[in-house]
Design a protein around this ligand. Sequence first.
Ligand SMILES: Cc1cc2nc3c(=O)[nH]c(=O)nc-3n(C[C@H](O)[C@H](O)[C@H](O)COP(=O)(O)O)c2cc1C
Length: 391
Amino acid sequence: MAGMASALQRALSIADLRRIAQRRLPRSVFEFIDGGAEDELTLADNRAAFERVRIVPRVLVDVSAPQLRTDLLGQPSAAPFVIAPMGSCVLGWPQADLCLARTAAAHGIPYTLSTMATTSIERMADAVQGRLWFQLYVLKDRGLNDKLVDRAFAAGYETLVVTLDLPAGGKRERDLRNGISIPLRFSPRHIVEGLTHPHWAWQMLRGGLPEFENVRGLMGQESAGLTIAAKVGQSLDAAYSWDDLARLRARWPRKLLVKGVLHPADAVRLAALGVDGLWVSNHGGRQLDGAIASADALPRLAAALNGKLPLVIDSGVRRGVDALKARALGAQAVAVGRAALFGACAGGEAGAHRALEILIGELALAMKLAGVAAVEKIDATVLDPASLRAA
Ligand SMILES: Cc1cc2nc3c(=O)[nH]c(=O)nc-3n(C[C@H](O)[C@H](O)[C@H](O)COP(=O)(O)O)c2cc1C
């Protein structure tokens, strides 16, 4: 344990945490988390798009105490970060959902619980005193959809995030090759992976067989052997439409965010429908390969909306400076998926905490070096105009 703690402290970047996670996890699990769809073009472009943005620093600004606090959907957040919803992350660490949620609460930022989490809506709300958002996948079973929404309401979740970029599961070829499936079927290959990763295997065995507690029964034995994305995709309602979303809007009285928006025309229509914000995302490059990078889509969406709705962005955030860039391109906050999960896979709650500490520390430093004293003051003037034009 002491070894793990010092390895986490030695990790300087999210890339370092990713390497620790890669060593600890069997290849099939690591690739399930790390990988993207098909040729992973969008996965790579998500990073490239953030990396292309250039900052033009200001001087003679008092940056002795950078202010990271910001308003997010009407409530204060200690920093412009949110933890993105991630299903099945228990494969990387026992109770990974709880590790991530507790870390978010400790850092004063929202945590988003996935429909496909292995911690139920209620169990999470009991365990964590922090800002909780619930992510809904739209399922063919409308009754189950409504029940999930009502349960999230009763349990006090402040925001509902409806994910719309998964009318079908993306073609993740690594998962297909590795036989990552639901329910987990152990092939000789997985047994070898377990034997060569004894610490991980022991933790998994001790943790017992995890269950998708929010959708008990949905992931039954029929069609066993599909990859996780394909199995989720099979249960999803690919016919979900604008009228359905309007009904959801009427059912959910608190904040409603729509996740997976990339097209400016959709953004404008969603604003008219009365959602409270958009979550700009291509699902971390795990769905449509060839989809535009989120950081490229962001300024176009911001321009189309002209301040009508707050924007959250994810896909490719790996450095604190990405939050500065995202704010400058028009977002309120960035959501982190893998960056936080690599931390949890490297060392449970302590690892997730280290990931957030790294991102927040990097953002504070980037603000100082860029000459911006407060997150709320970041705007497009801090960017090279060419970065805005290119986007
Ligand atoms: C292992 C894993 C599981 C995910 N599960 C979900 C999910 O259940 N619901 C959802 O809306 N998005 C899910 N996502 C997508 C994330 O919410 C987020 O959009 C994506 O990870 C952002 O990209 P990043 O990992 O580069 O930060 C998942 C992503 C990963 C890596």
